[in-house]
Design a protein around this ligand. Structure first.
Ligand SMILES: *Cc1c(COP(=O)(O)O)cnc(C)c1O
Length: 370
């Protein structure tokens, strides 16, 4: 038997379902797609998708075709959207595994059509249009041509029109209202009708721009309990964080004033100090940017990181926390007693967003599902 790690990412599937139902309330009457790319933002794509499917979710989105196939093989029966394109040689996997392609070029249409002909089956494609993100998607000028191509090619039909917001996390963004206006132009140019599903809203659109919901919303970060604008916990709403991350104290030591801690001795104790050593480092997604500024929870209190975060270890100051011993639980993300630390708090210190913290921690540690 392979021994288990000291570190544990715990995924709360009831919190996931809670968030799903909350977002469903915000988007009732239309379709809902759960974004489960990046292994469900570090939460485990297959387990989370199964749990969402049990809760009634019937649409899932991933980035690459490879992830879509893995999700299908993992037992998901709902619709699966592959959002960012595919290698020409892999086109047949869309039919073999019943995956929905999001397409932004003619070559992909040709490849899909060929597979449709070979299997004598129709392929519904969603076209991706660029309303202002300047990422994947066709321009307004190219839209008619793409639509003509879909009409011309055998066994293809237009099933949806998709776009993506650059700034919907900002409730005041005029960019988002501009994108919505542009999206309408695309729909008109594409000759969209009732049978075509239009979708542009991410979590920000879903929560802050109800006029952007159209036929379907695509939520990622909010399903996992975080607001896209990194709202602090004092103004947190109804979403519940799904991930927690804990470890154990390995060793406790007392050092004299003047002693340096960790590589480069960037922390020098000003007083007699008790240091707890934790088996968590940047390899585990606990960024080196948290050197001398991160905090963890031990015995319900905050213990600050001292010195540099190493690859597999870091040191925290427990001088002001009584009785800390090896084996004590340390919480990196989550609650302990009255205190809690969120991915947003860590993200602010590292200079990033909760999304990246969740991916880094979730995808590098052993997970348990509760
Ligand atoms: C990641 C992603 C989403 C979900 O975004 P969140 O901000 O996490 O809700 C929606 N659509 C596309 C195309 C994406 O890449």
């Amino acid at each position: 038997m392979v021994p288990s790690s000291f570190n544990r990412v715990s995924v709360d599937l009831s919190a996931l379902k809670h968030n799903y139902l909350h977002l469903r309330q915000k988007s009732s009457g239309i379709d809902f797609l759960a974004m489960v790319k990046a292994d469900a933002y570090g939460h485990g794509m297959i387990r989370c998708s199964r749990s969402l499917e049990e809760g009634g979710c019937d649409k899932f989105g991933v980035a690459e075709l490879r992830e879509a196939v893995l999700l299908r093989q993992g037992g998901i029966v709902g619709q699966i959207f592959s959002m960012i394109g595919f290698e020409p040689a892999d086109a047949d996997a869309f039919l073999e595994y019943d995956i929905i392609p999001v397409v932004y070029d003619k070559q992909s249409l040709h490849n899909l059509s060929k597979c449709g002909v070979k299997r004598d089956r129709d392929v519904g494609v969603h076209i991706k249009v660029d309303t202002g993100m300047c990422r994947l998607g066709v321009s307004l000028d190219e839209t008619e041509e793409i639509i003509e191509e879909i009409k011309k090619l055998p066994h293809l039909y237009l099933a949806g029109i998709a776009s993506h917001f650059p700034s919907a996390d900002d409730r005041a963004s005029s960019s988002t209202t501009d994108c919505i206006a542009k999206f309408v132009q695309f729909q008109e140019k594409a000759g969209s009708n009732k049978s075509v599903v239009c979708h542009i809203a991410n979590s920000g659109g879903t929560l802050y721009f109800p006029q952007s919901h159209y036929g379907m919303v695509r939520c990622g970060i909010s399903l996992y309990g975080y607001y896209p604008d990194g709202r602090g916990k004092e103004e947190r709403g109804d979403l519940k964080p799904v991930m927690s991350f804990t470890t154990r104290v390995l060793q406790v030591k007392e050092i004299e004033a003047g002693t340096g801690v960790s590589y480069g001795s960037t922390f020098i104790a000003k007083r007699r100090t008790r240091i707890a050593v934790l088996p968590v480092g940047y390899e585990d997604g606990f960024s080196r940017h948290l050197s001398n500024c991160g905090e963890v929870l031990i015995r319900g209190r905050r213990a600050p990181v001292r010195g540099r975060v190493c690859m597999n270890l870091c040191m925290v100051d427990v001088t002001d926390i009584g009785g800390v011993e090896p084996g004590d639980q340390a919480v990196i993300i989550g609650k302990q007693g009255e205190e809690s630390i969120t991915a947003d708090e860590i993200a602010a210190k590292v200079g990033t967003i909760s999304y990246e913290i969740l991916c880094m921690i979730g995808n590098t540690n052993e997970r348990e599902f509760v």
